[in-house]
Design a protein around this ligand. Structure first.
Ligand code: PLP
Ligand code: COI
Length: 344
C-alpha cells in the first residue's frame, strides 16, 4: 500500500476529503460501458443535462472498514445496489445492474486503499455512488445517457458528538417529502427539500429536524438523513411509512435486536407514543446509531426528555453489536460483509 495520508483519523468529521481516484461508468447507446478510473474531481456536463435542470440524480452511501484483523470489509453493498436500482427507476433513469455496482465499489475501495482509516480510530471509508442524467433536454423528459460515479472519503461521525446523545427538534411546518412522492428512494431532490428545515434546526442548536408523516402529521417519519427508532420494554420500535427511506442500517439493527432477544416492531408510531419510550435514536450509514437526548416540538413547546447524560443501555448494546460486525470483531453470522482483497 502507498503511504497513508497525514490525517488525524480519530478527529475526522463527516466531510469531503480529496482522495486519489474515483470511478465512472457511462450508459450510452443502450448499454453500460467499461469502468473508467479518474483522478479528476470534476465532471464535464452539457449545460442542458437533465441532472442540472430536472433533478435526474440519485445517490447511495455505504462504508468500508479496516477490521481488527487488518482486513477491509464493505457492509451490505448488494442492498445499496438494489436500492440504487429502485431510485433510478423512481426518477426515470437507467438502473445499473447489481454486479456492475459491486464491481465499481470494489474497484474504488482498492484504488483508494491508503485512505481507509486504520482500525481503532472509529473512522471508516465512506463510499458515495451517484447517478446523473447526461442528455440535453429542455422539455421535461428523461435523458437517454447516464453516468454513475463513485467517490470515496474517509469520515468520522455524522453528528460531531458521535455516540453522545443530542437534542433534536420537530415541526409540522416542514415536509421532507410528498406522501406519494419520492420519499422511499434516495434522490438528491429530497435532500434539497430538507435543507431549509435542517439549517433551521442547526441555527436553533439542534442536531437535526425529525419529521412527522407528510399526510396526517400524526406519526413519526424520520430525520433528514436517518431513520428513527424508539425502545421500550425490550422492544425495538421503528416506523413503517411509505415516506421514509428504507434504511439498510435500520434493517440490520432490527435483525441484531431480534438476535439479541428483543421484540421488533415495524409499524406506525403515533406522536403521543413519544412520551412512553425509554430510549430513542436515529440510525443510518452516516449516523450509525445517534442516540437522542431530547425531542423539542417547536410548534407547541413540548419537550420529550430521554437522557441528560449517556446513551441508554439497549442503544449502546445495539451500537456495539453493529460496530463489532463491521470491524470484524464479532462473527458475521448473516454474511453482511464482503472482504475486499487489498495489498496491506
Ligand atoms: N433516511 C434517509 C433520509 C437517509 O438519507 C439515510 C441515509 O442513507 C437513511 C435513512 C439511512 O439509510 P442507510 O442506513 O441505508 O444508510
Ligand atoms: C448516509 O447515511 O449514507 C447518508 O446518505 C446520509 C447523508 C449524508 C445524506
Amino acid at each position: 500500500m502507498k503511504q497513508q495520508p497525514d490525517l488525524e483519523w480519530d478527529k475526522l468529521p463527516f466531510g469531503y476529503v480529496p482522495t486519489d481516484y474515483n470511478v465512472r461508468c457511462t450508459y450510452k447507446n443502450g448499454e453500460w460501458g467499461e469502468i473508467q478510473v479518474s483522478d479528476s474531481e470534476y465532471v464535464p456536463l452539457h449545460i442542458a443535462a437533465t441532472c442540472l435542470h430536472y433533478g435526474q440524480e440519485s445517490f447511495e452511501g455505504l462504508k468500508a472498514f479496516r477490521g481488527v484483523d487488518g482486513k477491509v470489509r464493505v457492509f451490505r453493498m448488494e442492498e445499496n445496489a438494489k436500492r440504487f436500482i429502485r431510485s433510478a427507476e423512481g426518477i426515470g433513469m437507467q438502473p445499473m445492474p447489481v454486479e456492475l455496482f459491486c464491481e465499481m465499489v470494489r474497484k474504488v475501495v482498492k484504488l483508494n486503499e491508503r485512505f481507509i482509516p486504520p482500525y481503532g480510530t472509529g473512522a471508516s471509508l465512506y463510499i458515495r455512488p451517484l447517478e446523473i442524467g447526461l442528455s440535453p433536454r429542455v422539455g421535461v423528459k428523461p435523458a437517454d445517457e447516464y453516468m454513475v460515479i463513485m467517490l470515496v472519503s474517509p469520515v468520522g461521525p455524522y453528528f460531531k458528538e458521535g455516540f453522545k446523545p443530542t437534542k433534536v427538534c420537530m415541526s409540522r411546518e416542514y415536509d421532507r417529502v410528498a406522501p406519494k412522492g419520492t420519499g422511499s428512494i434516495k434522490v438528491g431532490g429530497n435532500y434539497a427539500a430538507s435543507l431549509v428545515a435542517g439549517e433551521k434546526a442547526h441555527e436553533l442548536g439542534y442536531s437535526v429536524m425529525v419529521y412527522l408523516d407528510p399526510k396526517e402529521k400524526k406519526y413519526l417519519d424520520e430525520a433528514g438523513a436517518a431513520n428513527f427508532f424508539g425502545i421500550r420494554d425490550n422492544s425495538y420500535i421503528t416506523p413503517a411509512s411509505p415516506s421514509i427511506l428504507p434504511s439498510i442500517t435500520n434493517k440490520s439493527i432490527r435483525q441484531i435486536a431480534a438476535d439479541l432477544g428483543m421484540t421488533v416492531e415495524e409499524r406506525q408510531i403515533p406522536y403521543e407514543e413519544l412520551e412512553t419510550f425509554e430510549e430513542v435514536g436515529n440510525c443510518g450509514t452516516a449516523a450509525v446509531i445517534s442516540p437522542i437526548a431530547e425531542i423539542h416540538d417547536l410548534d407547541n413547546g413540548r419537550k420529550f426528555v430521554y437522557t441528560t447524560g449517556e446513551a441508554g443501555p439497549k442503544s449502546t448494546m445495539l451500537y456495539n453489536a453493529l460496530r463489532a460486525i463491521q470491524y470484524g470483531e464479532a462473527p458475521d453470522t448473516h454474511n453482511w460483509c464482503e472482504i475486499i482483497e487489498t495489498e496491506a
